[in-house]
Design a protein around this ligand. Structure first.
Ligand code: ADP
Ligand code: MG
Length: 464
């Protein structure tokens, strides 16, 4: 019965959830209409009871109609399982475990409990690692190479001086979580240490749950028993003073004991206003690594890597188009590419630029922000280091006139404004001045590759 129930549970909750929470269940005796199930720790028992208690009851009842209730208890069912479980949970078999008569079945070990436990990831405590996020699948470029190198270093040599804590920060969707999971995956692969990864939100949730169930000591001990603790999106703790306090103590206890901490946030420690000063200070004490916004080059590399991995042929033209259009973050870029790939697979059609524009219509629209003439003027003035007012001034010195012509040229290229409209925005100049500027810039670009490159660069910046 139990193995059938296990199969159903696995199908319902997925392999990861199943392995994390349910695999450690062993079956105890049936008494009247009640079956007892054992879990190795109180923590696991409470979790399973809260999350799956009702479902377990229903499934048992469907298998064995006489069973109407499921009792969950803490116990170490076998020597093997006891070894696998790291917690010092007291073996407290209830009175019911002792067979009171021949009718009580002996506790049977669930078939799944004999598989080796993925012992090094503390899934009892933290979230399981996402298998897709490894160093191998992380594409390195200028904006993230420092953070990547730091992460690698920590994975190779946790708790090395200068790298503890490792504080990763950067905007949303730029790879912080990916790097943290990579550290975990690497350490687990090496099989040397116990790793716990969780979001700050989960940390808070666990902490509050522990207070409610009066098991804060257990929670603290679990946290303090890991070799590497990774907390993602720490900004979540802003304004959550009690949880911050708890994290601060955990942090200190671990670092003092020579354990490694990895933390991520959307801002640098000094910019995380709303976090306690002493916590911010300690967070900044190790290595602080910034993940910058992606560049066009990095976006192309990421798209190439992901397209190759998918096995679908995506023409370079399409990759370039996406890298130009979707500049916000890697997550969105990935989402767009995934959709293209799904379409190609579903309909068996090749990926083309036309198909891309069609399939990603909604995404592209959201990213298709119209460039304004003011923006063009500002960027161009910045680029050649002239004053913005000179875009509309009467000055004719070449140092000013040339950038002004470029701005007119780009306004013609990148906006749908008419020549007279453009002229007006440049100090009420005549439309023939704009025509002249466009042909002048076109000519110069043909003659002077360095100049052409400058203009192209500006165009790219404005388009993204
Ligand atoms: P963050 O935690 O910074 O918000 P994530 O780590 O969740 O961002 O990254 C968002 C998505 O983009 C993930 O699917 C991740 O695998 C992918 N990603 C981000 N950076 C890279 C990179 N350099 N190489 C490959 N994939 C990346
Ligand atoms: Mg993240």
């Amino acid at each position: 019965h139990w193995s059938r129930i296990c199969e159903r549970l696995k199908a319902e909750v997925g392999e990861v959830e199943y392995r994390t929470w349910l695999r450690q269940i062993t079956v105890g005796p049936v008494e009247e209409d009640e079956i007892t199930l054992y879990l190795p720790t109180r923590f696991l028992r409470d979790w399973v009871r809260g999350q799956y208690g009702d479902r377990l009851g229903t499934l048992w009842n469907a298998e064995v109609p006489a069973i109407r209730r499921v009792e969950l208890q803490v116990a170490r069912p076998t020597a093997d399982a006891a070894q696998a479980a790291p917690e010092e949970a007291p073996a407290t078999p209830s009175a019911r475990t002792a067979p009171s008569g021949k009718s009580a079945p002996r506790p049977a070990v669930a078939p799944v409990a004999e598989e080796p436990r993925p012992a090094e990831v503390r899934t009892d405590l933290a979230a399981p690692l996402d298998q897709r996020f490894t160093f191998d699948t992380f594409v390195v470029g200028k904006p993230n190479e420092f953070a990547y190198a730091c992460a690698r270093r920590v994975a190779e040599q946790p708790s090395s001086p200068g790298f503890n804590p490792l504080f990763l920060y950067g905007g949303v969707g730029l790879g912080k979580t990916h790097l943290m999971h990579s550290i975990g995956a690497e350490l687990v692969r090496e099989g040397r240490v116990s790793v716990a990864y969780m979001s700050a939100e989960k940390f808070m949730y666990r902490f509050i749950a522990a207070i409610r169930s009066q098991s804060t000591m257990e929670f603290k001990e679990q946290l303090r028993s890991v070799d590497v603790l990774m907390i993602d999106d720490l900004q979540f703790l802003i304004g959550k003073d009690n949880t911050q306090e708890e994290f601060f103590h955990t942090f200190n206890a671990l670092v003092d004991a020579g354990r490694q901490i990895v933390v991520s946030a959307d801002k640098s420690p000094s910019d995380l206003s709303g976090l306690e000063d002493r916590l911010r200070t300690r967070l900044g004490c190790g290595m602080v690594a910034d993940i910058h916004a992606t560049t066009f080059e990095l976006r192309i590399s990421i798209l190439e890597a992901k397209a190759t991995a998918s096995g679908v042929v995506v023409p370079a033209k399409v990759l370039e188009f996406l890298a130009h259009k979707i500049t916000s973050n890697v997550r969105e870029l990935e989402g767009a590419l995934n959709r293209l790939i799904a379409h190609a697979n579903l309909f068996g059609r090749p990926v083309t630029l036309e198909a891309t524009q069609d399939v990603l219509h909604d995404i592209l629209k959201a990213h298709d922000r119209r460039v304004t003439i003011e923006e063009i003027q500002r960027k161009v003035a910045e680029h050649w280091n002239i004053r913005l007012t000179d875009m509309s001034s009467a000055r004719r010195a070449r140092a000013v006139a040339r950038p002004r012509q470029v701005a007119m040229y780009l306004a013609k290229q990148l906006t749908s404004r008419s020549l007279p409209e453009i002229g007006r925005k440049f100090g009420n100049r005549d439309h023939t001045t704009v025509i002249h500027a466009v042909s002048r810039v076109t000519g110069l670009m043909a003659e002077d590759p360095a100049f052409a490159e400058d203009v192209e660069l500006l165009r790219r910046m404005l388009e993204s």
